[in-house]
Design a protein around this ligand. Structure first.
Ligand code: FAD
Length: 353
């Protein structure tokens, strides 16, 4: 599974290029900064674990190779690419339309049954159906408790001068994160901005999803502060864009690609924050499952994996928000004690660690 995911990073680049999509794809790897002794041990553990899988080429970088503030070093994973996701998704939509598919926008699926999908604009009949609503599945009665919408939010700065990037040592194509528990992630965009994101937005009662949940001034401010802490010379660079959206989290944090030959209904999802390339792997896997092919892909361990349902409210609300708070507490605890967080260890199974 790990090898399939690593290889998929190249496959996204290959498929985009074959379809003539310019999505700013550059495979520059990802630098995970270790900014405390605890984080450095986490970096060492990650590289060691990856070596055990034998599918990756992770490296441990010492402090001479990294220039984020306070970084003692980093792990470097070459199997990561920078893309502009909106360019990729628009390019893919045009590519499938060129091949004869119809993309029906502004059409809301309300329900489904074998051979039939009910939408707000009528009923569609189909021999095989693929459900791919990810976090939004929580808003549909049939999949309400199968997935939990977890918000991730991002900001982007104005374009920054070449000298700035030379100073912080981030090349085109390189993405970055660190080993804190309340995740952050970023990239240098093709037009030399930071696009920088993270968790921390709260879970909303009943798994509700609303456009205004994409914007939380508190989280945007937290992101701005975190970016400034990592790279102080970004100083007062203007924040020109702010956005966000729901990720899909299954109860066991285990993605899956499924097909039931009896109902002829397939589904894929549960990628949490790693769906950009994993959706490609899911698409290829579903193509084989739906056409009845027996391939390496159809034997991957996520095929027909069934995650448990999320708890009903109010437990889901309490658990999801406690998990989010726990990750902030865990980061503070590690800063204060200099030891791996007990909170993170206790809450680990709930938050996917
Ligand atoms: C801010 C942010 C940053 C992210 N960063 C990264 C990253 O750096 N790397 C990474 O790998 N992943 C990242 N992700 C996660 C990645 O975007 C997702 O894992 C990926 O988009 C999942 O793809 P998907 O097609 O399964 O679902 P989605 O992209 O969520 O698409 C679901 C689709 O279903 C449609 N839909 C929903 N409900 C209905 C309905 N009832 N009827 C009809 N259509 C419906 C929606 O309109 C949408 O088009 C990020 C996500 C966010 C929000």
């Amino acid at each position: 599974m790990r090898r399939a995911m690593v290889d998929t990073v190249d496959e996204v680049g290959r498929a985009a290029s074959e379809a003539g999509i310019d999505a700013d794809y550059v495979k520059g790897g990802t630098v995970a900064y270790a900014r405390s002794a605890v984080q450095w041990r986490a970096a060492e553990a990650e590289v060691e674990e990856a070596a055990g899988f034998g599918a990756d080429a992770l490296e441990l970088w010492d402090s001479t190779r990294v220039r984020a503030a306070g970084a003692l070093g980093a792990s470097f994973d070459p199997a990561c690419a920078r893309v502009h996701p909106a360019k990729l998704v628009r390019g893919l939509a045009s590519a499938v339309e060129r091949r004869g598919a119809t993309v029906a926008e502004q059409t809301e699926v309300l329900d489904w049954a074998p051979g039939r999908v009910t939408t707000n604009r009528g009923t569609v009949t189909a021999d095989r159906i693929v459900l791919a609503t990810e976090g939004y599945g929580a808003t549909l009665p049939q999949s309400h408790r199968r997935i939990l919408p977890l918000y991730s939010l991002m900001i982007a700065t104005e374009p920054l001068p070449e000298a700035f990037w030379d100073e912080i040592g981030l090349e085109h194509g390189q993405t970055f994160c660190d080993f804190r528990h309340l995740l952050i992630y970023g990239q240098r965009t093709a037009d030399n901005r930071f696009a920088f994101g993270g968790r921390g937005a709260r879970y909303h009662w009943g798994s509700s999803i609303r456009p205004n949940y994409d914007r939380s001034p508190r989280v945007f401010e937290h992101l701005r502060t975190a970016l400034r802490e990592l790279f102080p010379s970004v100083a007062d660079a203007a924040i020109t864009h702010r956005w966000g959206g729901p990720l899909g989290v299954p109860r066991d944090w285990h993605a899956s690609a499924n097909f039931d030959p009896a109902t002829r209904i397939a589904s894929a999802g549960g990628y949490v924050g790693d769906g950009l390339s994993t959706t490609n792997l899911a698409g290829r896997t579903l193509a084989d499952l739906l056409t009845g092919a027996d391939t390496e892909l159809t034997r991957l361990p996520w095929v027909n994996h069934r995650s448990p349902d999320w708890e009903p409210e109010p437990l889901r609300f309490a658990g999801a928000n406690a998990g989010m708070t726990a990750m902030s507490v865990a980061d503070a605890e590690e800063r204060l004690t200099g030891r791996p967080s007990l909170t993170a260890r206790v809450m680990g199974p709930l938050v996917g660690h």
